[in-house]
Design a protein around this ligand. Structure first.
Ligand code: AHR
Length: 665
């Protein structure tokens, strides 16, 4: 059994329950002079911290969904991924078999799924012929604007299709055959050398499309397996929706999620989940826009669509599945809807009503009674209870007046925003609507994005909301991250993000929600760098940025306490956790040397001398985690035994330290 990276983090944490408070090298020596002083004053409570402050943002990017969280193991199951080639599938010919494959639109499975694969076995010659899929092994993407470096990264894909001995896999496919094909058609999971790990024969292939299914029990573990559909008989076979899922998905749901990736999200304690994008919602053109109605129902009739991030989205992870994910995470859904604006495309106002209706229907699908049109479909999909969708964002990064009208001009956004806002509020006055910018009105909450090109730039923005007028709209920082000069996501960037999060938290009467972006990346498909969670077919790790997000959510106080620090480069925040009564103190030391610090808790109450301390640090600020070393930069928990109204603590170089201090009873 593979050790889950989070288990490793927990192991490190429990092994590290050591007393501290002075730097180890300084034991038995007189405490060195303090270089900094942090004060927290429990007698001076500040604003309440928004309970929705820490959430997550899922976007279909970097194969976050298809090839990621969505547990389908095969790439291009419906043969729609590319117009001219059966991407992800290769022709397999063994012995002297004579065979060929081609995409075929002559007799579609259904109108939404026009392309199938035709396998013609002209002469098996005592061998076998078929098709083979290696899962989500990366391939160069045909996304015209990709930087050359990204192409290179995508070529370096890691493991493709991972199967584990003793586990069951659910294979399904639609097939029909030409006259004279006698079968059987064999579906097998094989190693690259042809060793068969599981297989099943189907003899009942007929002239009309029919679905076939089987459970395959795999006899060996393999990182680079293939799914092979083959025959030793001559004839022509058409295939579509060839799918392979592990039986073991999160909560064993059909069409479900990878459990390890769900666990990573759960450990982030998100209060909300924004989905499904990002630019993914907009699309480069309107044809690529996310239209939720095309993403529900039987996966075989979901058309899928080209995703702005360089591959086709099956939309097997569709609106219903996103809502299920919110439930799995106990996170409030935040649905981003396209308001008729693509990167390069605008729905004329005369046609906007259909798009507005989509928004109203989305709310009915999520929340409506089971005898309503859309609520009934939700019930039919197995979820009669409402999903409690209460927040919708109207568009993504629209109306910014970017060159060439990219994403819509402010005038175009204003008109469309008004149409959506009026219709939604008229029918659902309690739905909270999020605007992309402040050029529209009225605004409940505005989404500010903050990507910067090096950690120092983010540090300069820690005070961004200090002077923000409390009469202005509440803020949702929907996307933020250091995106350059940070390797593939290093500690230095994560600490800048931690300092920035302190700036958000201390202004949380204005900033009510925030999340890091992007969330996921399948190694080898990294179109965007860095990301919070990186995975391959089998493994997963959180970047240091992931840990910062998870720690801030887990240690969100309910109310601020006055706090200060007298040292530049150190960022602090004090607060109170109402449930435990603890004082929560967060301190980010961006300096690269240990920092002897006086911590002064100006409390009349007695403090418990032992406090929990959680530290995120590493040997170097440039340290990163990798698939091979997933917990190099991970939180370590310890006990500080010297807590008093005034005590000395050595903050590690380049570190985030979180103290949870009990007030003694
Ligand atoms: O997070 C990646 C992208 O950055 C999002 O799709 C978009 O909203 C932003 O520009």
């Amino acid at each position: 059994m593979m050790q889950h990276p989070l288990d490793k983090v927990l192991l490190i944490a429990t092994a590290a329950l050591i007393p501290c408070g002075i730097c180890p090298a300084q034991e038995a020596k007189p405490a060195p002079a303090p270089q900094a002083c942090i004060t927290v004053d429990p007698g001076k409570p500040g604003v309440m911290v928004s309970p929705t402050l820490y959430g997550i943002f899922f976007e279909e990017i970097n194969r976050a969904g298809d090839g990621g969280l969505y547990a389908e193991l095969l790439q291009n199951r419906s043969f729609e991924d590319a117009p001219d080639d059966p991407r992800g599938w290769t022709l397999l010919k063994e012995g002297n078999a004579d065979a060929r494959i081609a995409l075929d639109k002559s007799q579609p499975l259904n109108p939404n799924n026009p392309t199938s694969l035709r396998l013609e076995v002209l002469n098996p010659n005592n061998g076998r012929a078929g098709i083979c899929n290696e899962g989500f092994k990366g391939r160069p993407l045909d996304y015209a604007n990709l930087l050359a470096a990204y192409y290179e990264a995508v070529k370096k894909a890691t493991a493709g299709l991972y199967v584990e001995a003793g586990k069951d896999y659910q294979v399904s496919f639609y097939a029909r055959c030409g006259e004279g094909f006698k079968g059987p058609l064999t579906v097998s999971i094989e190693k690259q050398d042809g060793t068969v790990l599981a297989s099943c024969g189907f003899t009942d292939i007929g002239g009309q499309w029919q679905k076939h299914e089987a459970t395959l029990a795999v006899s060996g573990t393999d990182l680079n397996a293939c799914l092979v559909v083959s025959t030793r008989q001559p004839g022509t076979i058409w295939l579509d929706m060839v799918s392979l899922f592990p039986k073991e998905t999160y909560q064993d749901r059909a069409n479900g999620f990878r459990p390890d990736l769900v666990r990573m999200l759960q450990a982030m304690h998100p209060s909300f989940l924004r989905f499904p994008g990002g630019c993914f919602v907009e699309g480069d053109s309107l044809e690529e826009a996310f239209r939720w109605k095309r993403t529900i129902g039987d996966v075989a009739v979901r058309p899928g669509h080209w995703c702005r991030w360089g591959y086709r989205s099956t939309d097997g992870l569709g609106f219903h599945e996103y809502l299920l994910l919110c439930e799995d995470l106990v996170a409030a859904p935040l649905f981003v809807i396209n308001v008729g604006l693509a990167h390069r495309g605008v729905v004329p106002m005369e046609q906007i009503q259909e798009w507005v209706q989509d928004a109203l229907d989305a709310i009915e699908y999520a929340n409506g009674p089971t005898d309503s049109k859309w609520g009934a479909l939700r019930a039919q999909a197995g979820h009669p209870a409402p999903f409690h969708l209460k927040t919708i964002e109207l568009g993504n990064e629209n109306g910014e007046d970017r060159e060439g009208g990219f994403g819509g001009t402010s005038a175009q956004y204003q008109e469309r925003y008004a149409a959506f806002h009026t219709a939604i509020k008229a029918r659902y006055p309690d739905i909270t609507l999020i605007a992309n910018n402040r050029k529209v009105s009225p605004v409940d909450i505005v989404d500010d994005h903050c990507y910067v090109h090096n950690p120092d730039l983010l540090l300069q923005r820690v005070g961004q909301y200090d002077g923000y007028s409390r009469n202005d709209p509440k803020v949702y920082v929907g996307e933020y991250a250091v995106i350059e000069n940070c390797g593939l996501g290093n500690l230095k960037a994560a600490l800048a993000e931690a300092a920035y999060a302190i700036g958000l938290e201390r202004n949380s009467d204005a900033v009510v929600m925030a999340c890091y972006a992007p969330l996921f990346c399948r190694k080898g498909w990294d179109l965007w760098n860095p990301n919070a969670i990186v995975f391959d077919a089998r493994r997963v790790y959180g970047t240091p940025s992931y840990h910062v997000q998870a720690l801030f959510a887990a240690h969100r106080p309910d109310q601020l306490l006055a706090s200060a620090v007298d040292k530049p480069g150190v960022y602090v925040l004090g607060g109170k956790d109402e449930k435990t009564g603890q004082i929560v103190l967060k301190a980010v030391n961006t300096g690269d040397t240990p920092l002897e610090t006086t911590i002064r808790i100006q409390s009349a109450a007695k403090l418990n001398p032992k406090a929990r301390v959680i530290t995120l640090a590493s040997d170097k600020a440039t340290d990163e985690n990798t698939l091979d070393e997933p917990a190099k930069v991970a939180p370590v928990e310890s006990v500080c035994e010297v807590v008093a109204p005034e005590f000395q603590y050595c903050l590690k170089p380049c570190s985030l330290t979180i103290f949870r201090i009990d007030i003694a009873k």
